[in-house]
Design a protein around this ligand. Structure first.
Ligand code: F6R
Length: 352
């Protein structure tokens, strides 16, 4: 039996159950979508900017929100992954403060500063100091289940913001999107999950090709940058490996030249993240780059987003990458759940 088709592999190498958390992605999404619909929201009709605070796994939701709203949303969406907030933050900034633990120092500090500046806020957390501060400030809190690795809680961290904005602002067009995304995600779990046999499972097959190589995740357009970055971070945290990421067309203006180093190029496994249908100019650009730059790469794979709506496309690529990162961990014989260096650095900083 293929090792990734064998439940024993998961029992031994994945005691924290990361694979099952990825399987639960659509379920978590459905649950939080329903909860978020009932959330009391701050008045924000006159918001001139949206700011999302969050680090690491809790910051991904902000990146995805920016990607979802894209260039057509009438107010800017700014993601802050720092303790400092931009000077424009004030009473007309709608703030989302996201931290799964509720104890991340950068998010706590930025939240306090934004509240001092008068920003109405929604807090998304499982507890910690952030929940306590939100209570004191009277801000609405989306309470998340505790005890999950934050990166496995992405539906919980992202979808409440989508739901809130849909109710608050100019996002009426999103109404049908969740219904479609839900169906796409459930279908993907059947196709890519641990019980789908390796021979017909594109996520297991892709992970097998990445073993022993440095993955380079390239998004075919800036609209998929958030997803390429998510794949990179999941390879880092779940698979315990370094990874590159970048987006077209920007990479054609710099990184492509680095591929002339053939000795390094041979160690790199390229994954191209693409839309189901693309502008022919984008397709020509990707093809030209494959020919000119990736000839020496260990492998070049393509993963296409699924679905018609932006929401389904973004979430389908996130889910695909999450499965690949867990399978790569198992192929490498590492436990996907612990993130020892993150914990150790937090511990040292807290002690200093
Ligand atoms: C761990 C993870 C990390 C944390 C980050 C911030 O699974 O993904 O990137 O998300 O260290 O911590 P929280 O999410 O608790 O604010």
């Amino acid at each position: 039996m293929h090792p990734l088709d064998d439940p024993e592999t998961y029992r031994i190498l994945d005691p924290g159950g990361m694979a099952q958390l990825v399987v639960r992605f659509p379920e978590m999404a459905e649950e939080i979508w329903q909860t978020a619909m009932r959330l009391r929201l701050p008045p924000a009709d006159d918001a001139t900017a949206i700011v999302v605070l969050g680090m690491g796994g809790s910051g991904v939701g902000g990146d995805l929100l920016q990607a979802l709203l894209g260039p057509t949303f009438p107010v800017p969406v700014v993601v802050v992954k720092d303790r400092r907030i931009p000077a424009f933050v004030g009473p007309q900034t709608l703030l989302f403060a996201c931290s799964h633990s509720g104890d991340t120092e950068e998010t706590l500090e930025a939240y306090a500063a934004a509240k001092e500046a008068g920003a109405p806020a929604v807090v998304i957390t499982s507890g910690g100091a952030l929940a306590a501060l939100a209570g004191q400030r009277g801000d609405p809190v989306v309470h998340l289940p505790a005890g999950l690795p934050p990166r496995a809680a992405v539906p919980y961290l992202f979808l409440p913001m989508v739901s809130a904005l849909r109710r608050l602002t100019h996002m009426g067009e999103l109404s049908g999107e969740w219904a479609e995304a839900r169906g796409v995600l459930r279908g993907l779990v059947d196709e890519l999950g641990p019980t789908a046999r390796a021979e017909g499972n594109p996520a297991k097959r892709l992970a097998a090709r990445l073993v022993g190589h440095l993955p380079a995740i390239y998004a075919s357009s800036p609209g998929l940058a958030a997803v390429a970055y998510r794949w990179k971070c999941q390879f880092n945290e779940n698979s315990k490996t370094l990874a590159l990421w970048n987006t077209f067309p920007e990479l054609n203006h710099n990184e492509t030249v680095g591929w002339e180093d053939q000795a390094v190029a041979r160690q790199i496994a390229v994954v191209l993240l693409r839309e189901p249908e693309e502008d022919p100019a984008v397709a020509r650009r990707v093809m030209a780059t494959r020919d000119v730059a990736f000839a020496a790469a260990a492998s070049v794979d393509e993963v296409r987003a699924r679905g018609a709506s932006r929401l389904a496309r973004l979430l389908s690529l996130v889910l695909f990458g999450d499965f690949v990162s867990v399978y790569l961990a198992l192929f490498r014989g590492v436990d996907p759940t612990p993130v020892a260096p993150i914990d150790e650095i937090k511990r040292r900083l807290a002690a200093s």
